[in-house]
Design a protein around this ligand. Sequence first.
Ligand SMILES: C[S@@+](CC[C@H](N)C(=O)[O-])C[C@H]1O[C@@H](n2cnc3c(N)ncnc32)[C@H](O)[C@@H]1O
Ligand code: SF4
Length: 387
Amino acid sequence: MIPVVEQSKSLALYIHWPWCLSKCPYCDFNSHALSPDLQDQSTYRRSILTDLKHFADQTKNRSISSIFFGGGTPSLMDPSTVAAIIEAADVQWGLEENCEITLEANPTSIEAAKFRNFRDAGINRTSVGIQALNDDDLQYLGREHSVEEALIALDIAAATFDRYTFDIIYARPNQGLAEWHDELEQVLKLTNGHVSLYQLTIEPGTTFFRTGVVEANPDLGADFFQLTSELTNEAGLPAYEISNHAKIGQESRHNLNYWQGGDYLGIGPGAHGRLTHDGKTSAYHQIANPLRWQNQVAAQGHGVAKTRVLSGQDRIEERILAGLRLSKGISRVDFAQQTGQDILTVVNAEDLAMLQDEGLAELNKTHLKVTTKGRLVLSAIIEKLLV
Ligand SMILES: C[S@@+](CC[C@H](N)C(=O)[O-])C[C@H]1O[C@@H](n2cnc3c(N)ncnc32)[C@H](O)[C@@H]1O
Ligand code: SF4
């Protein structure tokens, strides 16, 4: 057994804003249509600051390497609320130099008009939800913006923030490979170092699920993935994670921290976190329902629903599940330090040899990784390795 090494001092901080203008039919995130009685943000702001203080008191010796405002639609937040949260994080822990501070934004004109105020509040990176470069499809996806508005929002983002990225959903119903080829070429012209390209999934509980919309079948999905991989590689924006593409050095540092097994704090309804102390990693999640979460924060000073210490096996499985999403794969040194085990002693050796022979996985002195071909069947590979 290798001793588990204490995590670095750095913490990634996630802030969840659970409201949107309306609920998109494909979305199963913890997001809810904003009702008029929730327009006043003061209670939410107070609750976030209280919850943040609760975690700061337990992690006094740490510092913040990244903050991510996610949702929901955090661009509906009042910029003064964003400023107050960033300032509280600085006062409670201290922000590291070059701290990456991202805000997810929807590209309606009202939200884009607030980009300057968000920058003045401390945001230095934005992630804009463009989703499609086709007005009919935007309407089908239930979006509140047009392609024209989305392009204007991207221009404003480029002129306002140090870094921007945007999200696109592909393999949409009625979208063929040829249409995606043309759209992706347009997408790549709009990028500035980073883009997230998600294949549409149909999640239980969504309107698309209830109304019988279906995902691309696995063969077509594989063709979409292959095409995406080819065009993004040619454009110098290779995948560094299944759905995330970046030029070298432009990766989302906040998200890399999750996939590489670093500690993080989630503040807000439904958010979760991981904290390592004395060689043990604890996992917690917060109450998902926004109003119940606020009530508990008011009563108890935090919104945590449950905390548990991860067993050695839980930690190993988490590290493999998250780490193999990365194109670089899992660093064998980091894995040993985080789990106390050599990765070769915890994966199924026969299956690993077979996956290597089939060109689905690669093992070298420093990393275990899944190839581009293997990423198409990642869940099956993980199942094999973990038996
Ligand atoms: C937290 S969500 C949305 C952020 C922001 N509210 C927006 O809609 O632009 C992050 C991203 O996940 C992607 N996404 C959500 N549901 C999806 C689904 N069912 N299939 C594929 N991508 C999805 C969308 O691209 C979305 O921008
Ligand atoms: S996709 Fe974005 S805007 Fe649409 S419901 Fe989900 S979080 Fe809200």
